[in-house]
Design a protein around this ligand. Structure first.
Ligand code: F3S
Length: 294
């Protein structure tokens, strides 16, 4: 079995930065009164590790009276940030600078009177956060039909969830362009996403099967799964080495591995090691069985 790893895979700049800052913050505070608003990243094992060191996850800012609150790379809505400030909590802002730039643009153009349209998943924390910087008055769409059904606005400002596919962003933006008088498009799909998606396409085209590693609730990981399926018939989404469907994988000659932006290198390495070792073990078993028959 030949294993290929995508040219760009795993931790992105924004998530790595958030994990580094969080680890430093926890260490400085001795793991006391340190909170993250929601899981820091969409990777259960990274979250568990931080949790063991003292980082507590909270869903609501009202549940704490003092301490440090870490804002994850997805960012948060303006009103929640304001609330944390009013409560005198120490804010450790790990919002990815690319997401921060979308929030700032959305705020600016909302104030200039543009209708903000966000192309993305309305339930994703990043999108909820971005909408919070235009007073929750943005329109969130994610499907062609939703773009078609939009009313005609005079002035429109379009942004995207940073992990969206270019294909979807372009399709939906083009529909909006045709029905609005003045449209400004700010393509906010981040380069890390772009590079991972392109590398994923190249990988999926040349292998028999693709393994995508990343949290099951990670948006960018699910996009890699979606893309891989377009170019390869055998795609497996796993979170950890233990999730590998080994018996199925063994029938393929070439396997590609890619990973979402919240997946640390050590998880990718362990997946590769597991596959290489199991491959050897299974080969040995097969040889032994043949010899028994002889
Ligand atoms: Fe930031 Fe892009 Fe990662 S927006 S969090 S660098 S996927």
């Amino acid at each position: 079995m030949k294993i290929y790893i995508a040219e760009h895979a795993g931790l992105c700049f924004g998530v790595k930065r958030a994990i580094d800052i969080a680890e430093k913050t926890i260490a400085e505070a001795g793991g006391v009164n340190t909170y993250s608003l929601g899981p820091l990243v969409h990777n259960p094992y990274v979250v568990e590790k931080l949790n063991k060191n003292g980082l507590k996850i909270i869903d609501n800012i009202d549940s704490i009276k003092k301490g440090k609150i870490i804002i994850r790379s997805h960012g948060i809505p303006y009103n929640i940030q304001k609330k944390a400030e009013d409560l005198n909590l120490e804010i450790i802002d790990c919002t990815c600078p690319y997401v921060k730039s979308v929030q700032n643009r959305v705020k600016e153009y909302h104030n200039k009177g543009y209708k903000i349209i966000i192309i993305g998943d309305r339930n994703h924390p990043e999108v909820i956060g971005i909408n919070g910087w235009c007073n929750n008055e943005g329109i969130i769409i994610n499907e062609i039909e939703e773009a078609i059904n939009l009313p005609a606005y005079k002035k429109v400002y379009i942004v995207s969830q940073t992990t969206n596919t270019h294909e979807k962003f372009e399709k939906l933006s083009n529909i909006i362009v045709q029905k609005s008088e003045e449209v400004k498009i700010f393509n906010t799909i981040c380069n890390a996403t772009n590079l991972r998606q392109k590398a994923c396409i190249e990988l999926a085209k040349k292998v028999d099967a693709v393994i995508v590693i990343g949290g099951y609730n990670s948006s960018n990981t699910n996009k890699l799964v979606e893309i891989s399926k377009k170019y390869c018939n055998n795609v497996y989404h796993i979170e950890l080495p233990k999730d590998l469907p080994l018996h199925e994988i063994l029938k393929f000659n070439t396997i590609g591995i890619t990973a979402g932006a919240s997946t640390p290198d050590w998880i990718i390495k362990e997946v590769v090691n597991t596959m290489e070792n199991i491959d050897n073990n299974e080969m040995l078993e097969a040889i032994e069985n043949t010899m028994t028959k002889i």
